[in-house]
Design a protein around this ligand. Structure first.
Ligand code: BEZ
Ligand code: FE
Length: 288
């Protein structure tokens, strides 16, 4: 075990792995193979290699209980959506999945149908919207009692956890009725930048990329006997649909937010015209 050269070093390292767990053995073997191939391809200078290590160190230092810069790095390099695609191959009748993102919290409150998920302050700043949905199985049969967890950013592009006031806002949990349906009131989501004041932001700037995500509402939908669906509904016409900073847009998840000018209809929801309406149906995948 000595005198390794640029070619023989890879097998030498791999031959040292004797993990009891065959999956760990497979993962580390592949990691070393690809990492060494990457180094042979790029041929970094020692300065460049140290810069890379320093970058990952900075990513780690940016992480705390409220900020996960590694997830952001995984998202912006397209790794999160690749892992998602491999693990959630959608069939007919099932809604496509997309990234979870860092802003889901366990603090959302259960709400009744028609509830307003925006605080009075956020509602006043935003564009009033009515959101409806139905949850079904792949054959279109309604799923009653499904848990629908929703969250979205404010009209200023911030999630409640980024506002620092400690209150749940623009999020809620609904249960589908006997027809698999739910509805709630909110504000129309807007495009917003992912947090770009850290190493990930530096990477975006250095590579000529913007940090924006197209406007969307997040959904996490669960029901016994079905896989939990993590997805978004995007706003059609958004300028960032084709350049999402985290590559999470799928055509099937884009919905029309329709402007309603009718003052009487608006009054029914405690709104004044115009307000927006959107409807989206979610197909869940039965567990194997
Ligand atoms: C989000 O949509 O909340 C999100 C997703 C990935 C990275 C940052 C934010
Ligand atoms: Fe989001």
């Amino acid at each position: 075990m000595r005198d390794f050269n640029e070619q023989t070093i890879t097998d030498a390292v791999i031959s040292q792995f004797k993990a009891e767990d065959p999956r760990l053995q497979q993962i580390l073997t592949s990691l070393v193979k690809h990492l060494h191939d990457f180094i042979r391809d790029v041929e970094p200078t020692e300065e460049e290699w140290f810069k890379g290590i320093q970058y990952l160190t900075d990513v780690g230092h940016m992480c705390d209980e409220n900020r996960q810069e590694f997830v952001l790095l995984s998202d912006t390099l397209g790794v999160s959506i690749l892992v998602d695609a491999i693990n959630h191959r959608a069939d007919a009748g099932m809604t496509e999945t997309t990234v979870l993102g860092p802003f889901h919290t366990p603090h959302a409150k259960p709400m009744t149908h028609g509830a307003q998920i925006a605080s009075a302050e956020e509602l006043a700043k935003g564009t009033p919207t009515v959101v409806r949905g139905q949850v079904t199985d792949p054959d279109g049969k309604p799923i009653a009692g499904a848990k629908v967890d929703v969250w979205q950013a404010s009209s200023e592009g911030l999630y409640d956890v980024q506002m620092g006031h400690g209150e749940a806002d623009l999020r809620g949990i609904f249960e589908t009725d006997a027809d698999g349906k739910f509805w709630f009131r909110s504000i129309k989501p807007v495009a917003y930048p992912i947090p770009f004041d850290g190493p990930v932001g530096k990477m975006l700037v250095a590579t000529g990329r913007h940090p924006y995500r197209p406007a969307h509402i997040h959904y996490m939908i669960s029901a016994p006997g079905y896989e939990t669906l993590i997805t978004h509904v995007f706003v059609s016409g958004d300028e960032y649909l084709d350049s999402d900073a985290v590559f999470a847009v799928k055509d099937s998840l884009v919905a029309d937010f329709v402007a309603v000018e009718d003052a009487e209809a608006a009054k029914q929801f405690g709104y004044s015209a115009p307000f927006y309406e959107v409807e989206f149906n979610f197909g869940l995948k039965p567990t194997a």
